[in-house]
Design a protein around this ligand. Structure first.
Ligand code: GDP
Length: 435
């Protein structure tokens, strides 16, 4: 399976980082295809915790080619800081490649993101305020500035001027802010460009060559399906497409280059920021999931909303992404909860019930999960290394999910550490020797 896409099947934070990190060992290339530094991944290696915001998780393998694709938006300040941090910890970052066509987050994007959210008041989307939305907006408006522009001072200055001009009105409150000075900004970004130059590359041919050799390429998605700008719970979504189809656009390959698509889902559900969440739990069980599952954002530290597993949304994710497998993470967090609820349909307004994900915002906002109760388990499962090691009720929980989704479970997380993962079915071939 040379082309393997890994996407979030829920609202992000599903544990994609760990899944990609494990698969990366067998890969020739790992490439991110969308999002920006709003996608925090946490990876635990030999008791050391690494938090990634922009760099693909595979970077912990010395020399592994880790690419930031054209579909990603890059804040060069955040990237250079992340690289400095990794170098200080002795991580070899020589395998990093950044697409020359990736768009840059500029100081005015950050200001616009703040201003936009503040203006919305109670209607806030809950963006991470890292300038990602305004950056994608400029890309669509053809006012974007790309990695390659950092390498030519004259072009850079012209493009910054052209991009700021139409924003003058909105940026007026910040008119005196020195970060908006054309000269200062050009200088600063030129300096960042010098530092990043060794990593700037034409990333698509790197991917093509690996695929042509029949080697594994992992396309690493950020956020999750329900946050997709087209297919998620608009407008409470991210400004890019986290679904699998975007792997083609954001890395520069065709649909036929993709052999498998695995969705990562927690054994329960979480969501950050505002927007509909039909299986949300607000009482004791919700708090327990947050505490035991450590549900606080990697990038922002924000408390995550928690809820029961939502199979209506997951079935939708199977279809929208064309999932061929599902990786269930954090099964251990459910240990000791009995019974466990799983939503198999939604109950909407006026007694309506929905087996499929409702497209209409007003209906979705008023929908709540209709649950099936499944028996829980008490045993500590973190030592399990195969499905057979799991208590019968945990196995039955996974079987129920797989049956409802119509796709096999390929990996199961039983703890945050690297070896706390079960590999089954198609994933077995990709299991690292040490796992
Ligand atoms: P991502 O953005 O999808 O990679 O998700 P995050 O990194 O934000 O969140 C995943 C968190 O869950 C990290 O802190 C991981 O160390 C942790 N984690 C991943 N898999 C498991 C698991 O199976 N069990 C437990 N308890 N924690 C896990």
């Amino acid at each position: 399976m040379p082309g393997l896409v890994i996407v979030g099947a829920q609202w992000g934070d599903e544990g994609k980082g760990k899944v990609v990190d494990l698969l990366a060992e067998q890969a020739e290339v790992v490439i991110r295809f969308q999002g920006g530094n709003n996608a925090g991944h946490t990876i635990v290696r030999e008791r050391e915790t690494y938090k990634f915001h922009l760099v693909p998780s595979g970077i912990l393998y010395p020399g592994k080619i880790c690419a930031v694709g054209n579909g990603v938006v890059v804040d060069p300040k955040v990237l250079t800081e992340e690289l400095d941090g990794l170098r200080r910890r002795g991580v070899d970052v020589s395998g990093l490649r950044i697409s020359a066509n990736a768009h840059l987050i500029m100081p005015y994007h950050l200001l616009l993101d703040h201003a936009g959210e503040s203006r919305l008041g109670k209607l806030q989307i809950g963006t991470t305020r890292r300038g990602i939305g305004p950056c994608y907006a400029d890309k669509a408006a053809r006012l974007g500035i790309r990695m390659q522009d950092l390498l030519d001072e004259k072009i850079l200055r012209q493009k910054i001027y052209a991009a700021m001009e139409p924003k003058r009105q909105t940026l007026r409150p910040f008119a005196k802010d020195p970060v908006l000075d054309l000269h200062t900004m050009t200088e600063e970004y030129r300096t960042l460009g010098h530092r990043l130059e060794p990593y700037i590359a034409d990333t698509a041919p790197i991917v093509w060559d690996a695929l042509d050799r029949g080697n594994l390429v992992v396309f690493e998605g950020a956020q999750g399906t329900m946050l997709d700008i087209d297919h998620g719970t608009y407008p409470f979504v991210t400004s890019s497409n986290p679904v699998a189809g975007a792997a083609c656009v954001g890395a520069g390959v065709g649909p036929k280059d993709i052999d498998e698509v695995w969705g990562v889902a927690k054994a329960y559900a979480t969501r950050v920021g505002a927007g509909p969440f039909p299986t949300e739990l607000e009482e004791e069980t919700g708090r327990r999931l947050r505490e035991v599952g450590r549900e606080f954002g990697t990038t922002t530290g924000r408390e995550r909303r928690t809820g029961w597993l939502d199979l209506v949304a997951l079935r939708y994710a199977v279809r929208v992404n064309g999932l061929t497998g599902v990786a269930i993470t954090k099964l251990d967090v459910l240990t000791g909860i009995d019974p466990i609820n799983v939503a198999v349909r939604y109950l909407g307004p006026e007694g309506a019930s929905f087996d499929t994900f409702p497209y209409h915002q007003s209906i979705l906002h008023k929908s709540v999960g209709d649950y099936v109760e499944l028996p829980g388990w008490e045993e500590n499962i973190s030592q399990a290394r195969s499905l057979d090691d799991l208590p019968a009720n945990a196995q039955a929980y996974l079987d129920f999910i797989s049956e409802q989704l119509g796709v096999p479970v390929v990996m199961v997380g039983v703890g945050p550490a690297r070896d706390e993962m079960l590999w089954t079915g198609a994933a077995e071939r990709l299991r690292p020797a040490a796992a």
